[in-house]
Design a protein around this ligand. Structure first.
Ligand code: C2E
Ligand code: MG
Ligand code: MG
Length: 699
């Protein structure tokens, strides 16, 4: 049984190696001194597995000691190196090691190599025997060796036809070439050009006597053009003519495949085949250190909305779409611009040496066009964020990628196209700090008894038939101590993001109820007030119960209360929301679908909806100014609302021409600057008072 001495100061590594090589007799040493002692004692040790970094006597010192004494010639040494220690590998090999194994130790790799070396030792011994007997009948070994072996005349000019003398069947099998062919071609011509220089460098050293042997991983080109990876050990063999070199080649293509697979998993996303986040991070890190490029930028694509598709369709549908997107985006790659799939629904381009901001923007536009061509049909949008990398930000990769995420999320909110583009700049930073301030003020409001800067304005709604104000829409406002008046479209989403929307929403409802009570006191008991409710509120636990409790406590008439729900809310959770709406409607409240026509609700299901009213979005009212009234579909929306048994309210009416059209097509109510902008409580009541006076005057 072959004896192997494992020299490593790490007890764990010794243990791992020992257990992996259980079929051999394994001795262990914890440092160089210990190793030398054992080698001196035991002449049967065949192979040394030698760590380089050790206390007392390190691996290099051991190799030097072994080299200096002919008694140790019988020993073969494999050094253990770390992945990034190329210099040490070379130095170790120069000092006489025959091979190296990189840490972390890959089980199969270690085992294969040790097996091969033990096999080689056997062969070498057999050879030695044969040589001793002065007979060079290598045939038996040749034909039975599980490795490819070839002998070449190393002293012949390499590029001159053949330098081969003889090779075994395994060598023919590995190279995919017949003996005749090999004899004709020689080994240089079948070596991959990328590996040739390295091999020649070693070979020359071997010839000059600078080294005793070398091992190399290289590729041979097979006749069909494919490649085979081989692990080669080349050593001189002094024959009678003193001019030949032994040249042993071992097929390692299987192990190379494992290694390549490991690398693949490390650097690539399995599904899209694109590079992954960890590879991007390592590139960014390296480039920051090496300063390999003048200008660098990352462009992030945020496709978060894709998860909506997963809920609607199958998982595989989205996955296939992601793959399609990956392929289309990959067409935008150039030499200096790589594409990464950093997360499930996120892609990043990393562009080195981009010409300038203008080109960066044009590139984003091209990417947006590509995405839109695939995703518009799916009604999916997204955002493209850009971070330009410079010396001020290149060091912190996490921070860079976070900024990219922020920019790409911002870009989603840029409404003028499906894919907005947003550069991470100082304004964004300011915007983020503004959001944080607003968030802070909202939280404070929820923690105090009074409503702080939170108040409502009321925009009148006019009944077109009677030409009378029949209600108000309550629109919330936030007066921030730091930033002045904040519109609801800004602070409501902030509240929604972090959940104080529930207590904030409650405060809004209570203010609206107080206003209703005031109206009742003043004799306007038939005037309604409608309140905007966000999806998160509606779906929050006990929303209805809580609302009914407030209605009871405040003694308001449910029939005076309207609730406005935006249409897009119905795209998801249709059933759940419709059940809640049903409960509210049964209690007497009237329910309106806000911004109708812009969201995703399916007309097919509109009939099932538990609502009273459609509020036609301002978009369709604006259109009345632009297109020929006969061609406008606004009237169709009104009649559709009526056919479904709902009342129709037009939003954003600013011009008499619009009012006229709406009156003619039977729209029930209108709201907009033509009647009045949103008003404070006093002004709203004054408006009602004025209306009474006008009415009285008319009678
Ligand atoms: P909305 O419910 O569709 O409200 C109508 C918006 O259009 C209001 O903007 C209103 O001021 C504006 N508007 C009304 N008439 C005209 C007009 O003739 N021309 C123009 N250009 N605009 C007009 P506002 O107050 O900025 O509110 C925006 C949105 O914020 C509201 O849209 C609503 O969705 C949301 N919102 C407002 N208050 C609340 C609230 O208390 N809770 C929730 N969840 N959302 C609210
Ligand atoms: Mg509304
Ligand atoms: Mg609206």
């Amino acid at each position: 049984m072959s004896k192997i001495l494992v020299v490593d100061d790490s007890a764990l590594d010794r243990f791992i190696i020992k257990s992996m090589l259980s079929e051999y007799q394994i001795l262990t040493a914890c440092d160089g001194l210990d190793a030398m002692e054992q080698i001196n004692k035991d002449e049967d040790i065949d192979l040394l597995i030698l760590d380089l970094n050790m206390p007392n006597m390190n691996g290099f010192q051991v190799l030097t000691a072994l080299k200096s004494d002919a008694r140790y010639n019988r020993l073969r040494t494999i050094i253990l190196t770390n992945y990034d220690e190329l210099d040490n590998e070379i130095k170790g090999l120069q000092l006489g090691a025959v091979d190296f194994i990189r840490k972390p130790i890959h089980m199969n790799s270690l085992k294969t190599r040790v097996d091969i070396h033990i096999e080689l030792i056997h062969i070498q011994r057999l050879l030695q025997q044969k040589l001793d007997e002065q007979s060079l009948t290598l045939d038996t070994i040749f034909y039975h060796a599980p490795v490819g072996i070839a002998i070449s005349y190393g002293s012949e000019p390499l590029m001159k036809d053949s330098n081969f003398v003889i090779m075994n069947p395994m060598y023919e099998e590995i190279t995919g070439r017949s003996k005749e062919e090999l004899l004709k071609l020689g080994w240089a011509k079948i070596t991959h050009p990328d590996d040739f220089d390295q091999e020649m460098k070693n070979f020359r050293k071997l010839q000059s006597g600078e080294i005793n042997n070398y091992s190399i991983e290289k590729r041979f080109i097979k006749p069909d053009g494919s490649m085979v990876w081989v692990h080669m050990i080349v050593a001189p063999m002094t024959l009678s003519n003193k001019h030949a070199y032994n040249y042993i080649c071992i097929d390692i293509s299987d192990r190379k495949e494992i290694e390549n697979n490991l690398r693949y998993n490390n650097e690539y996303d399995r599904w899209t085949g694109l590079y992954n986040r960890s590879y991007l991070e390592s590139l960014l890190k390296n480039d920051a250190i090496l300063r390999t490029a003048q200008k660098r930028a990352i462009v992030g694509i945020n496709l978060n909305a894709m998860h909506l598709l997963t809920t609607t369709y199958r998982f595989h549908y989205t996955q296939d779409l992601i793959k399609e997107i990956a392929q289309s985006l990959a067409l935008h790659c150039i030499d200096q611009r790589l594409l990464f799939n950093t997360y499930e629904n996120r892609f990043v381009f990393y562009w080195k040496n981009y010409p300038g901001k203008k080109e960066l923007y044009e590139f984003c536009e091209a990417v947006a066009n590509t995405l839109e061509s695939i995703l518009t049909a799916e009604r999916i949008g997204g955002g493209i964020g850009v971070v330009e990398i410079d010396q001020s930000n290149e060091g912190d990769i996490d921070q860079l990628l976070k900024k990219l995420l922020i920019a790409s999320e911002r870009a989603v909110d840029i409404y003028d196209r499906d894919f907005g583009i947003c550069f991470y700049e100082a304004e964004i930073e300011a915007q983020i700090s503004r959001e944080e301030d607003i968030q802070c003020e909202l939280t404070q409001i929820t923690e105090t008894e009074n409503d702080g800067g939170l108040f409502l304005q009321y925009q009148p709604i006019l009944d077109l038939q009677s030409n009378q104000i029949c209600g108000f829409e309550a629109l919330s406002r936030l007066k921030s101590s730091k930033h002045g008046l904040i519109p609801p479209l800004e602070f409501i989403p902030i509240a929604e993001k972090t959940m104080p929307i529930i207590p904030i929403g409650e405060k809004i409802i209570l203010q609206a109820f107080r206003f209703l009570n005031k109206l009742k006191e003043l004799g306007y008991g038939t005037i309604n007030v409608s309140i905007n409710i966000s999806a998160i509120q509606l779906l929050s636990n006990g929303f209805c119960k809580n609302l009914f409790k407030m209605i009871n406590e405040m003694r308001v008439n449910p029939e005076n209360i309207g609730l406005e729900i935006t249409e897009s809310v119905l795209a998801s959770n249709f059933q759940e929301i419709n059940t809640i709406l049903g409960e509210l409607k049964d209690a007497g409240l009237y329910i309106a679908i806000d911004d109708f026509g812009t969201g995703y609700s399916s007309l097919a299901r509109e009939r099932e909806l538990n609502i009273n009213c459609l509020k036609i979005d301002k978009y369709f009212i604006d259109k009345l100014l632009l297109v020929d009234p006969d061609k406008a579909i606004t009237s169709d929306i009104v009649s559709m609302a009526h056919k479904l048994g709902h009342c129709a309210i037009a939003e954003g009416v600013e011009h008499e021409k619009q009012r006229h059209y709406l009156l003619n097509c039977g729209c029930d109510k209108i709201q907009g600057y033509l009647i009045s902008k949103p008003l404070g409580e006093e002004a709203a009541i004054e408006l009602l008072n004025k209306q009474i006076i006008i009415n009285n005057d008319c009678h």
